[in-house]
Design a protein around this ligand. Structure first.
Ligand SMILES: NC(=O)c1ccc[n+]([C@@H]2O[C@H](COP(=O)([O-])OP(=O)(O)OC[C@H]3O[C@@H](n4cnc5c(N)ncnc54)[C@H](O)[C@@H]3O)[C@@H](O)[C@H]2O)c1
Length: 378
């Protein structure tokens, strides 16, 4: 049967522009889907660089203004891979133009903007999704399957870390194309929106809503040269953030993120401790899920290290023979496959904008608590 073309317009060709383009071109080769993504247009402000990207990755055309891309009749879905402060205007314009929108995380720079985006998307009734891709690393998806059986019993604790070390030097400037993450105007926040947002999305997905938080944040380097103004300016982002929280199910959460953990490049880990067992996962060993079951016979009871690579593990039946590994990039391929499947079934692929708004609200509460020093309701 002929596939239905789905014309993609991508905005931004940096780290995520590549990860997503790879996913749009790969999903159909491994998953049975009715739609065939077509790389219609890439948008970036520099025409030459955009053309080079288009030639390398197979886009049919180039735009240098995102508004022109959104206005095109031949674009069905817009993929938003630009800094956080641009998500809102682009997503709303897409909704008004009746386009499907796939937006990078965090949804917005704050929950207020996120709410406006949700309203626009819901009013337009367009399919939408936010790229919290860690949900679709098979070992993480498998953790969700195990938790959802209820076999682990009552949940007591959830803890997660996301540790990096790339901003320790005070000589590093802020702002501009390469360092927008250090500029509060472009990023909205520091590690809270960039890294903890991933941990919070996974946590809510696995363990339900978070009701209140108590946070501490720190900006270790208070001033940095700004790449756009050439002046030394105050740093407005959080360099590190740790918070405690309560989940609606009564369990307690502990989260930590920093870009000052010397030796750690992207150490995302989570652990959940329940009445009958525990699970833990580590991005550096992403194909493994560690599982302790208290129901195992006592003398052999211990942590199992499950290599999530068998044909009946999530997504794996569509890939190589059992025992072979997948990587970071496959999480995006799975997200595209699930999005395309959702167009067939009419069942939204999460996280939707509305789901991602919940994470945004937790981020806002964390930042507010970090400022006030008080417990803050989400
Ligand atoms: N899901 C994940 O794991 C993950 C990982 C990294 C980044 N992100 C998110 O993806 C988004 C992009 O991050 P990145 O790491 O790809 O950044 P990046 O700096 O690598 O790329 C950003 C791109 O946006 C383009 N851009 C900036 N302003 C533009 C404008 N006005 N019009 C058109 N293009 C413009 C830049 O030219 C660049 O190509 C951010 O929201 C970030 O939080 C998500």
């Amino acid at each position: 049967m002929a596939k239905k073309p789905l014309n993609i317009g991508m905005i931004g060709y940096g780290f995520m522009g590549k990860a997503h383009t790879n996913a749009w071109t790969t999903a159909n080769r491994f998953f049975e889907l009715e739609h065939q993504p077509v790389l219609k247009a890439i948008c970036a402000r520099n025409a030459d660089a955009a053309q080079t990207f288009a030639d390398n990755w197979g886009y049919e055309s180039v735009e240098t203004d995102w508004k022109a891309l959104v206005a095109r009749d031949d674009i069905d879905a817009v993929d938003v891979c630009v800094p956080n402060n641009l998500h809102k205007d682009i997503a709303i314009a897409c909704a008004e133009a009746g386009k499907m929108v796939l937006c990078e995380k965090p949804l917005a720079i704050n929950a207020q903007d996120g709410e406006v985006m949700c309203q626009a998307i819901e009013k337009a009734g367009v399919p939408n999704m936010v790229w919290y891709n860690y949900r679709r690393i098979p070992a993480v998806t498998f953790a969700k399957h195990i938790i959802d059986t209820g076999d682990l019993g009552k949940v007591f604790h959830y803890r997660a870390n996301f540790l990096q070390d790339w901003t320790i030097s005070s000589d590093l400037p802020q702002g501009g194309a390469a360092l927008w993450r250090l500029d509060a105007k472009a990023a909205g926040s520091g590690v809270t929106g960039d890294l903890l947002a991933h941990c919070i999305d996974t946590a809510i997905w696995l363990n339900g809503s978070i009701s209140n938080v108590s946070a501490m944040t720190e900006t270790f380097v208070k001033e940095r040269m700004h790449n756009e103004t050439g002046k030394v300016e105050p740093v407005g982002i959080d360099d590190a953030c740790a918070f405690l929280c309560r989940f609606d199910n009564g369990s307690l959460g502990v989260f930590e993120s920093t870009r000052y953990a010397r030796g750690h490049k992207a150490l995302y880990t989570f652990e959940i401790n329940c009445e009958h067992g525990s699970l833990r996962w580590d991005l550096h060993d992403l194909n493994r899920l560690e599982y302790f079951s208290h129901r195992d016979e006592g003398t052999v009871r211990g942590w199992r290290s499950i290599h999530v690579s068998d044909g009946d593990h999530p997504y794996l039946g569509n890939w190589w023979v059992p025992g072979l590994c997948l990587g970071y990039e496959h999480s995006f391929v799975h997200q595209v496959a699930d999005f395309l499947k959702s167009l067939e079934t009419g069942e939204p692929a999460g996280p939707t904008f509305r789901d991602a708004l919940e994470t945004q609200k937790v981020c806002d509460a964390v930042l507010a608590s970090g400022k006030s020093g008080s417990w803050t309701n989400v």
